[in-house]
Write a protein that binds this ligand. Structure first.
Ligand SMILES: [Zn+2]
Length: 361
């Protein structure tokens, strides 16, 4: 979820000062950041801080929101967009009982095609849950979109709820195709057009996204991509991001293979070849790999990288359980920190040296 952008600030200030009506539809062409805007709004509504400027990102409610576990928030998106909701794919506990929450491996994703519709069963369970009091005795927020991905039956179910809205519940809806939405739904909601940035603002935002992801793309190219995406910055960024992900995959494969060498890992060479990958990606992979080693040592199978079972079993046999647990905990802790510095060779090297040392000589 990206923060409110410069060109959304006026709208943000208006909405936060006036208070929100019970149902709002954010509309406009895809790529103007509807979802992120609505997510920021949902977080602000649930924030429990006394400060004026919400969300505070500090209080318990904000922390729950960021890990996808706020009990009074529901996000209903088609399956193929679910990963854009806040979620916690950290391995939380490395104690005796190792617990995994909400982790889907990349292999899971590749295997099945994700649905592009919002299923009526999800709408119904959302509505059922609104029949009970809110958990934090404050407001509840339901975020749902894009509305055009509702099946007709789901649209009617939603309509009934909007006609008799439950107390203390705010619906934040969004659509890229307002013309396709039932007039009866529209008439129950406040319609808000997502502001479109000037080319200059969009380019400035894109450049900052690119810089913070440690990428190098010159402004001529950025402008070309932005124009191809109809001036919609979030779409342009998504396209750049997808390309970047592809190039990371190769480096991450090298890392996986390197880790499979256990104590013999060629850490200097490996650090050099993966130092363009963000530290976050490296930590995620390392965390899953260490988890697999621990799992293999204790119950004899791997969850995340079963395809590398030969390497895992060889590494697991030589690992020192106490050191392995300790390292896994350290990696999990560093993943929890919000601000991941860009990876650099020194950091990667120190991770790999520590990794090397979990194995018995
Ligand atoms: Zn807060």
């Amino acid at each position: 979820m990206t923060p409110i952008t410069a060109w959304q600030k006026t709208l943000w200030a208006q909405l936060t000062s006036q208070g929100m009506s019970h149902a709002t539809i954010f509309h406009g062409q895809e790529g103007l950041g509807h979802l992120d805007f609505a997510l920021n709004m949902a977080k602000a509504k649930l924030c429990e801080s006394q400060t004026e400027s919400k969300p505070c990102h500090q209080c318990e409610a904000c922390r729950w929101f960021d890990t996808g576990s706020h009990p009074d928030f529901q996000g209903l998106l088609p399956e193929d967009l679910q990963s854009l909701l806040p979620h916690d794919n950290l391995i939380d506990d490395v104690g005796e009982e190792v617990v995994i929450k909400n982790i889907s491996t990349d292999d899971d994703k590749a295997d099945k095609k994700l649905s592009q519709v919002i299923k009526v069963a999800h709408i119904r369970s959302m509505i059922d849950s609104l029949g009970t009091a809110s958990y934090r005795s404050g407001q509840r927020v339901v975020l749902l979109g894009p509305l055009e991905s509702l099946e007709p039956i789901s649209a009617n179910t939603l309509l009934k709820t909007l006609e008799e809205p439950p107390e203390n519940t705010i619906f934040l809806l969004f659509t890229y195709r307002l013309d396709r939405i039932l007039p009866t739904i529209k008439s129950r909601c406040r319609l808000i057009a997502m502001p479109k940035p000037s080319e200059e603002d969009a380019l400035a935002w894109l450049s900052s996204q690119v810089a913070s992801a440690n990428l190098e793309i010159d402004s001529q190219n950025l402008l070309a991509i932005l124009r191809e995406e109809g001036g919609a910055p979030a779409r342009a960024w998504q396209r750049i991001f997808d390309l970047k992900e592809q190039s990371y995959q190769e480096s991450l494969q090298q890392l996986l293979h390197g880790l499979g060498q256990g104590r013999q890992v060629e850490w200097i060479k490996l650090s050099e070849s993966i130092n363009k990958v963000p530290l976050r990606e490296i930590l995620i992979l390392l965390q899953k790999w260490l988890y697999d080693l621990l799992l293999f040592r204790t119950v004899g199978y791997a969850k995340f990288y079963p395809q590398t079972q030969v390497l895992i079993s060889a590494c697991a046999a030589k690992a020192n359980t106490a050191k392995l647990r300790e390292f896994l905990k350290a990696v999990s802790d560093s993943r929890k920190s919000e601000n991941h510095p860009l990876a650099n060779r020194v950091q990667i090297e120190s991770l790999l040296i520590r990794y090397k040392n979990i194995f018995e000589a």
